[in-house]
Write a protein that binds this ligand. Sequence first.
Ligand code: DC
Length: 226
Amino acid sequence: MSHAVPVPVLTIDGPSGSGKGTISALVAEHLGWRLLDSGALYRAVGYAAGMAGLDLSDVEAVTRCAHGTKIQFRAAPDGSATRVMVNGHDATDELRTETAGAAASAIASMPSVREALVALQLGFRKSPGLVADGRDMGTVIFPDAAFKVFLTASAAERAKRRYKQLKEKGLSVTLAGLQREIEARDSRDASRAVAPLKPAEDAVLVDTTGMGIDEVVAKVLAVVQP
Ligand code: DC
């Protein structure tokens, strides 16, 4: 019997626009722990399925694709954002597009696709610790995590953040339209049958509405190092 102490995990779940990605990366860096961006895995499978010309509603074909897609995270040599390699191709930029997000959302509702990504996600749990960013990290993938956070922000605040990002990219969008989309996606994500977006019972809820990044990072770190 092994009495080894399990590798500590901090799960950070929440809806898109809650600041999860930014906060998770900063917290992982501060702790010196590894980072799992689970959303990137769903984006990578959606992207690979699209590249293979698959019908994204064909559960069998997409599941085969999820099992067969090689996804690797590679640290950028200059210290900039981690690159995501999909079947050996650097797909980092493509994975950030709205198209990749929509494809990810479609295939993430398939239980067999989620199942295909479990072992890969568990493999990220390596010493000295792991920060796992996603929707079901604390509820499904790492239910035994010692530290769990659920980040939220009001739909209005998330719409504002998204509006700013899209405007910077030169896209024409309206704030009201974005808020409506976010509210619709929230209710879809929270009501889906498999791994719905909801806080783990033992998660610490952090509402980031009106908070700056440093303040949120400090709150999350306080969960690990009270
Ligand atoms: O966090 P993100 O925007 O990169 O996620 C992309 C999509 O993948 C999003 O529609 C939700 C889904 N997802 C999921 O179902 N489970 C996760 N653990 C992470 C993301």
